[in-house]
Ligand binder design. Structure first.
Ligand code: NAI
Ligand code: CS2
Length: 485
C-alpha cells in the first residue's frame, strides 16, 4: 500500500481532526471537488466539527475531470492537508470533514444520483465554476442551446450537467416522498442562489411541470458570498507541503490565511452551524456579494489580463509594479466602490487596502493565467455592471474600460511578443473566428462586446472608450497603458 497521510505517522505538531470522524454521515453532497471547495467550505465544516458535536459530513463529487483526485481522496481516507500561507508564515493543518468521494467514472451516474437521494442528505453544495450553471448571459435563463443541457433533456435519467444531475435527483426525492433539501451555490456568480434556482427550475419545467412546482415550493437556494484566494495546486506547492508532512498528499491545497463566507439563512432541511467557524448568516447577501465581485474579482480580472500581457506570471508580481498596484486601488476605490450600496458601518476604504495587501502576498503563487480563464462568464458581474452605473451617472470608468480592453487583447490568443496564449473559455471558438475575421484591428471591439448580448454593448460612449483603451494597448502595450491611468 502507498504511504499516505492516513496510514503513516505525521508530525504531531500539525493539527489533525480532534473529533471522531466515525460520527459523521453524508449530509452534504458537494458537486465540483476543486481546489476552492477543499480550502473553503471543507475547512469551515472542519472547524465547525471541531467546535460542535455535529454529524455533518461531506461527500465529494466531481462530474467531469478530477477522477484521479477522487481516487486519491479515497486512498487517504478523505483526509487532506491545507497550507494557509501568509506573507510571513505558513500554517498547515489536516482536515477531516470529507467522508466520501464519487465520480461517474467509478460509480456511474446512478451511483451519484442515489447518493444524493439518500434521505439524510440535506444540502447539495456547488462550486462548478460560472459556466456550470448553463445560463444564457443575455436572458439570465437556462441556455437550452447548451450542448450538455440538450443532451440531458434528451436523456434526463442519465444526466451529464450539474443542473441535469440536480433535477434528476430532486425527481427521485419527490417521487420517493423524501424530505426536500437545499441547493447552495458557492460560485462567484452574481446572486448565485437565484441563478442556481433559475437553472434548476427552468430545466425541471422542461421535463415536468409538477416537478418544477414541487421544487419551487420545497427546495431552497440560498445566495452566498464566498471568499478565499485559492490558487490551483502545482508540483511545487505539493512538494513544499510534502516536505512538511513527511509524506506526499496529492489532494493538498495551498491558500491564503483569509477566509470569509456570508450565507443567506434560507435552508430547507437544517444546516450546520458554520457560524461557530466564522461564517455569517444574514438575511440579504446581495450587498456583500456585489462588493466582493466588483472590488476583489473586478480588480483581480484587471490584474490578470493586463498583468499577463505585461509578462507577469503571478498576481503578486503585477502588484510589485507600483503602477499596477495604484491602478488596482484606484479601480476599487474610484470606479467600483461608488457603485455599491452597503450596510452602515462597512468601510470600503479599509476593504480595498486589505485586498491590496492580500493580492501582494508574495508566497501565494496565484497565476494571472488562471484568473484570466472564462472571462466571458466573469466580466458581466465584475466589470459591466459597474460600467452601467457610470454611464447612468456620467462618471469616469477608464480603469474598467482598460480592463475590458485587456480581456479583448488577451483573447486574441497572442501576447505582446507574439507568443501563443492558451485561452480557456467556453466561447473560445467564437473568439477565434472573430479574430480570424478582424485580426487585431479595432473593429474587433464592437463585435466582441456584442457577444455578451448586454444592452451596454450597443452604447456608443462605451464602445468608444473601450476602443480607445484597446488602441492604446495595441500601440504602447499593457505596462504603458496601466501607467497612463
Ligand atoms: P478547480 O478548477 O479546482 O475546480 C473546478 C471544479 O468544477 C472541478 O471539480 C470541475 O470538475 C468542476 N467543473 C468545471 N466545469 C464544470 C461544469 N461545466 N459543470 C460542473 N462542474 C464543473 O477550480 P476552483 O479553484 O475550485 O474554483 C471553482 C469555482 O469556485 C470558481 O469558478 C469560483 O466560482 C469559485 N471560487 C474560487 C475561488 C478561488 O480562489 N479558487 C475563490 C472563490 C470562489
Ligand atoms: C479569481 C477568484 O479565478 C478567479 O477568477 O478572481 O477565484 C478569486 O481568487 C476568489 O474569488 C477569491 O475569493
Amino acid at each position: 500500500m502507498n504511504r499516505n497521510i492516513a496510514n503513516c505517522k505525521i508530525n504531531p505538531a500539525i493539527p489533525h481532526p480532534s473529533y471522531d470522524r466515525k460520527r459523521l454521515v453524508t449530509r452534504i453532497v458537494h458537486l465540483g471537488c476543486g481546489a476552492f471547495h477543499r480550502a473553503h467550505q471543507a475547512v469551515f465544516t472542519h472547524h465547525m466539527l471541531e467546535k460542535t458535536g455535529s454529524d455533518w459530513g461531506i461527500c465529494e463529487v466531481s462530474l467531469f475531470s478530477g477522477h484521479r483526485l477522487i481516487q486519491q481522496l479515497k486512498e487517504q481516507n478523505y483526509l487532506c492537508a491545507i497550507a494557509e500561507k501568509g506573507a510571513e508564515k505558513t500554517e498547515l493543518k489536516i482536515i477531516g470533514s470529507m467522508i466520501d468521494a464519487l465520480h461517474p467514472e467509478f460509480v456511474g451516474h446512478k451511483g451519484i444520483l442515489e447518493a444524493i437521494a439518500q434521505p439524510q442528505v440535506a444540502i447539495i453544495s456547488l462550486t462548478i465554476t460560472e459556466k456550470g450553471y448553463c445560463i444564457d448571459a443575455a436572458s439570465g435563463k437556462l441556455d437550452v442551446n447548451n450542448v450538455l443541457i440538450q443532451q440531458d433533456l434528451a436523456n434526463p435519467t442519465e444526466p451529464t450537467s450539474a443542473i441535469g444531475y440536480i433535477v434528476e435527483t430532486l425527481r427521485l426525492r419527490y417521487e420517493r416522498n423524501l424530505p426536500p433539501l437545499t441547493v447552495m451555490s458557492c460560485d462567484n456568480v452574481r446572486e448565485n442562489g437565484k441563478v442556481a434556482r433559475e437553472a434548476v427550475v427552468d430545466f425541471a419545467r422542461l421535463r415536468d411541470e409538477k416537478l418544477a412546482q414541487w421544487i419551487e415550493l420545497n427546495v431552497t437556494f440560498p445566495c452566498t458570498m464566498v471568499d478565499r484566494i485559492v490558487p490551483a495546486a502545482t508540483p511545487e506547492s505539493l512538494e513544499e507541503i510534502a516536505e512538511q508532512l513527511g509524506v506526499c498528499d496529492p489532494c493538498a491545497i495551498t491558500c491564503e490565511p483569509f477566509r470569509q463566507w456570508v450565507i443567506e439563512d434560507n435552508f430547507a432541511n437544517g444546516r450546520p452551524n458554520w457560524d461557530v467557524a466564522g461564517a455569517q448568516f444574514v438575511k440579504d447577501v446581495a450587498p456583500f456579494e456585489t462588493m466582493k465581485l466588483r472590488m476583489l474579482n473586478g480588480s483581480h480580472s484587471f490584474l490578470a489580463y493586463l498583468g499577463y500581457l505585461a509578462g507577469y506570471t503571478h498576481i503578486a508580481d503585477a502588484m510589485a509594479n507600483p503602477d499596477y498596484r495604484q491602478a488596482a486601488l484606484d479601480l476599487m476605490l474610484k470606479e467600483q466602490a461608488p457603485t455599491l450600496t452597503m450596510p452602515t458601518g462597512t468601510d470600503l476604504f479599509q476593504y480595498a487596502h486589505r485586498l491590496i495587501e492580500r493580492f501582494s502576498n508574495p508566497n501565494l503563487k496565484h497565476q494571472t493565467w488562471q484568473i484570466a480563464m472564462d472571462g466571458s462568464q466573469k466580466l458581466p458581474q465584475r466589470m459591466f455592471d459597474s460600467v452601467t452605473y457610470h454611464l447612468a451617472n456620467g462618471s469616469d470608468y477608464r480603469h474598467l474600460a482598460l480592463g475590458i480592453a485587456g480581456w479583448m487583447r488577451y483573447i486574441s490568443g497572442r501576447d505582446e511578443q507574439g507568443k501563443l496564449i492558451d485561452v480557456r473559455d467556453p466561447l473560445v471558438d467564437q473568439f477565434k473566428s472573430i479574430y480570424q475575421q478582424y485580426g487585431l484591428s479595432i473593429d474587433v471591439v464592437p463585435t466582441l462586446l456584442a457577444v455578451f448580448g448586454n444592452p451596454l454593448s450597443a452604447d456608443p460612449h462605451f464602445v468608444q472608450v473601450v476602443t480607445e483603451a484597446y488602441q492604446l494597448l495595441l500601440k504602447r502595450g499593457a505596462c504603458h497603458a496601466v501607467a497612463t491611468l
